[in-house]
Write a protein that binds this ligand. Structure first.
Ligand code: HEC
Length: 258
């Protein structure tokens, strides 16, 4: 009797779990991004964009400015082009903005971005930074497809231009009409996008965001490249170490045959 009721509970749980999984899968689809943290030029461009457009509100405390030497940005270049909030290249990437003030401005504190790529994933970041759209009902005038009612303004809008949301009416499970987002439309070109004959070309902006996402992924795990190189070196070393033994073994085996 007891066993039966337990097995019933398990059965009931088993039915519920896949439902949650499905509920999670709903929501906007993410654009796929192929991360490449070996492309140093892309990482350098991403770092510069990060310093110019993100560091004014977000910190990246786990990253020191002189750590950028690992992706080929020398200290002098950091001094000349990136030190706004910090004074020394040995400083972490901190932020000038007071977190309490930020909360007052935007209704939310801009989080530290050191490991944001591990928390959100590259696809999410790539989609997020390309999915801001005009929304007059929001205090900043912007909303975002993957982060509804986001507190962050669209800081890259001069580059991307302006997108409008196109909604369509759909019936939900209860048969009520609901507005769902159909697509975003570029209505005003930015410095890195163009509109000709109603067709939008966003390749340059997408690349800019791609570089930034590469950098954010690299920043989440700055020693990954080194670790990979070390791994290959160790394998090579072990291989070379093994060779004489293999040779001796071979000689020993073939001794009687010759
Ligand atoms: C003007 C200030 C400001 C600037 C500049 C800014 N952000 Fe933000 N950002 C915010 C605020 C505020 C939030 C919190 C939004 C919320 O919780 O509603 C945020 C949230 C985010 C999030 C979501 C974090 C989460 O909750 O997972 C990401 C990712 C992000 N910002 C990336 C960037 C990047 C990349 C840049 C540079 C291109 C940037 N931000 C520039 C203010 C800013």
């Amino acid at each position: 009797m007891k066993f039966k009721s337990i097995s019933k509970k398990i059965l009931a749980l088993a039915c519920v779990v896949p439902m949650f999984a499905m509920a999670n899968e709903g929501g906007p689809t993410l654009d796929k991004f192929d991360v490449n943290t070996h492309d140093l030029e892309s990482l350098q461009r991403g770092a510069q964009t990060f310093a110019n457009y993100c560091l004014s509100c977000h910190s990246a405390q786990a990253m020191r400015f002189n750590g950028l030497a690992d992706i080929g940005i020398p200290d002098q270049q950091v001094k000349d082009n990136m030190l706004f909030a910090a004074d020394k290249v040995t400083d972490p990437m901190k932020v000038a903005l007071n977190p309490k003030e930020a909360k007052g401005f935007f209704g939310a504190t801009p989080p530290d971005l050191s490991v944001i790529a591990r928390a959100r994933g590259a696809d999410w970041l790539y989609t997020y930074l390309r999915s801001f759209y005009r929304d007059p009902s929001r205090p900043t005038g912007w909303n975002n497809v993957v982060f509804d009612k986001v507190g962050m303004p669209h800081v890259l809008w001069e580059l991307q231009g302006e997108q409008h949301a196109v909604f369509k009416t759909e019936k939900n499970a209860e048969g009520q009409s609901v507005q769902v987002l159909e697509k975003l439309e570029l209505v005003k070109a930015g410095t890195l996008t163009s509109l000709s004959g109603g067709k939008a070309n966003t390749a340059d902006y997408d690349q800019k965001v791609g570089d930034l996402v590469n950098f954010l992924v690299w920043m989440g795990e700055p020693h990954q490249n080194l670790r990979e190189q070390l791994g290959y070196a160790v394998l090579l070393f072990l291989g070379i170490l093994l060779l004489p033994f293999v040779y001796l073994l071979k000689r020993d085996y073939w001794k009687e045959i010759h």
